[in-house]
Structure formats: C-alpha cells, structure tokens
Design a protein around this ligand. Structure first.
Ligand code: ZN
Length: 374
C-alpha cells in the first residue's frame, strides 16, 4: 500500500527491505532493521560479507564509493568524490509499500542526500537514472575500455542481482578508465559527468528532484527545494498530484475509521493521512476512490492489514483480520476499533462515487490474501 506519511523506524523493527528501481526491477537488499540495544535502529545486512546500503545505492547510481563514517569526509565541492562523502539519507517515495503480512518494505527511492564536511547535495533518483540510461544508449561513441565497463554496469543492473562489491568495483574501474579520456573531468569524481562530457550530453535543465508531492510531507526541506525547481521549470502540471489535498478535502480532515477530525485548523498541520488503497506505482490510481482519509493509528492498522473496510451491501463496515485476532490482545483491538462497525455515511465523502472503491479493496485483499475474522 502506498503511504503519504513516514513510518517511524521503530515500527519497522526486524522488517526486511527491497528496492524498486526506476527500471522496474525490484531487488532484495538483504537488509533488515535491527532495533539495536541502544534503541537506535540500524539497517543491517543479512549477508556474511555486509554491504552497506550507502555503497549499494552509490554504485547503482554510478556515484563514487562513499565513506562509511562522516569523520574523514572531504570539504568543499564537488561532494561526490571517491571516499570523500557519506550518503546520509534515502528518501522514501509515496509508492513505498509496507506489506505487514510478511514484514517487507518495498522502497520507492526518490532521492539521496550526500554530504561532506560542509556541503550537502540532494540527488533525485529518477533524474539520475534517466541520465545513466542515456549513456547506456550511446555506448558506441565511448572509447573501448570505458565502453566495456559501462556495458558491465548495464548488464549488472539488468540482471536484477542483489548489489554487491562487484558493482562498486565496476564504478571504481570506470573512474580509472575516464582519466585522460574525458577532458575537463576531475579524477575520483562523479564518473557520470565524465561519460556525459565524452558523449557531449548536456543533462536537461529540468528539475533533478522528483515533484514535491512525490517526496512527501515529511521531507519539508527537500519538498521546498523541489517545489522551487518545478516552479522554475513550469512543468508541474501533469506530474503535480493533488491526492493528499483531495482526500483531506473529500473527508473534511476526518478519519474514516474513528470519525475524529484532526485538521482544518489554521496554523496546525492536518493530522490525517491520505492512505492509498492500491499502491499507485503498481496501478497508477491517484484518485479519491483509491484513497481513505485515516488518522495515524488507523493508517497503521490499515496498512498493517489489521483493520480494513469491507462493504456489506452498500454499507462500509470495518473488519478485523485473522492476522489481528491472532496477534493482538482483545483489549488492544478494542482500542483500535470494533469488529463489523458500520462507518456512518457522514464520515465518508458526500459523493458516494468518491467512497473507497469496492473494486480496489477487493484487489488489495486478493493481493494480500487477507482473511477476515469471523
Ligand atoms: Zn482514526
């Protein structure tokens, strides 16, 4: 299920992570979230030879190998230098899917932040990947030794294999091959710039970041930067999605599961989330009937497939799932809701056509193989 709100790390203890790349390939990362003794969760590798997520993403994005620790990073620009920066953050997009049934997060990566001692750069994943694909398409114009390494990179990415040191070594070799081959390119820096220099590719001046509403409200700084880029580029229109705003307006900032209104107050950010029923990455459905306005508790209960809406005739009712009954105490479930509760029509959009779609709910329940409690 897509989500417009951030999941806290702690709620994802012991979950494992997959990465959905812009080429459509979903890769296992072999990473899981370890709550840690200190209570500070960390992503850890399940592999005997641990491979950090920062190195994984850098090599997929054809960026120089990052450092593991911030200490020892360089200062000044460019930030992307071999072992001169750290990858500090991975932005999860709204297509990120949290599948509570088997505790898997399928990350829709939208940006990474890379930092050194005094600089920070945000790199939009889709834009960067489009630039890499443009290079893949012009292989013939590259010098032989450079070309063979780009071919290796492309083949590795197309294989869908879990990313390991093999890919980062390809990128490292590419940096070596570019020395002298790309005029004006500084050794140890971003190899993509060297490749583009050889090919005479000038990256399009459009935004490098995803549109602001793909970034999510929990990334205000990046969203603001993105909004600025899109205003400058004046291309917002099509990709600008109003899903959250539309959902909140249709439901009057009310949680459809408990009826509480957490919003519509000037100077207080709305506390209801626009939850997707079907992840739009998969179904491309950014319309009100594919959403439900939910408070934080009920967004969690829905995304974790514990309490879900089911139509009984034309009445929208809430049902606990077998998963909920089997794993949570009755007293806890009573705080979450009431089995077979009929959602009052006043809690739903005025237009029945905007109510959560029965068709989409059915697809979701089939996808997740949900069993309802008796
Ligand atoms: Zn609620």
């Amino acid at each position: 299920m897509g989500s417009d709100s951030a999941y806290t790390a702690i709620s994802l203890e012991a979950w494992t992570f997959q990465l959905r790349w812009p080429d459509g390939i979903v890769r296992d990362t072999d990473l899981w979230l370890d709550p840690g003794e200190s209570g500070k969760p960390r992503l850890r590798s399940l592999r005997p030879q641990a491979f950090q997520i920062g190195r994984m993403l850098a090599s997929m994005l054809m960026l120089p190998d990052p450092r593991r620790n911030f200490n020892g990073t360089f200062s000044g620009l460019p930030v992307a230098r071999h072992k001169g920066y750290v990858l500090t953050r991975l932005g999860f997009g709204p297509d990120t899917e949290f599948t509570g049934i088997n505790d898997v997060v399928t990350i829709d990566p939208v940006f990474v932040d890379i930092d050194n001692q005094n600089e920070k750069v945000t790199i939009g994943i889709r834009n960067r990947w489009a630039r890499i694909e443009a290079v893949y398409e012009h292989l013939d114009a590259l010098p032989t030794n450079v070309r063979s390494l780009v071919v290796e990179h492309r083949a590795f990415m197309a294989s869908g294999d879990p990313v390991d040191t093999h890919l980062s070594s390809i990128v490292r070799k590419l940096q070596g091959a570019l020395i002298g081959a790309a005029s004006g390119w500084q050794p140890d820096t971003d190899p993509l710039l060297g490749l583009e220099a050889i090919l005479g590719i000038v990256p399009s001046p459009g935004p490098s970041l995803p549109p602001p509403d793909e970034i999510g409200e929990d990334e205000p700084t990046v969203s603001a930067r993105s909004a600025h880029e899109y205003r400058l580029a004046k291309i917002r229109g099509v990709s600008g999605r109003r899903f959250s705003t539309d959902i909140r307006a249709a439901y009057g900032n009310r949680c459809a599961f408990c009826g509480a209104v957490y919003g519509g107050v000037a100077s207080v950010r709305s506390g209801v989330d626009a939850a997707h029923i079907l992840a739009w990455s998969k179904y491309d459905l950014d319309v009100v009937p594919n959403g439900i306005s939910l408070c934080k508790l009920h967004h969690w209960a829905f995304d974790a497939a514990l309490l879900v809406p089911v139509y009984e005739g034309s009445a929208c009712t809430l049902k606990f799932t077998e998963l909920a009954i089997a794993n949570f105490a009755a007293a806890t479930l009573a705080k979450i809701g009431q089995h077979k509760f009929v959602v009052p029509e006043e809690w739903l959009p005025e237009e029945p056509a905007l109510w959560p779609s029965k068709k989409y709910l059915d697809v979701l329940y089939a996808d997740l193989a949900i069993e309802f409690a008796a």
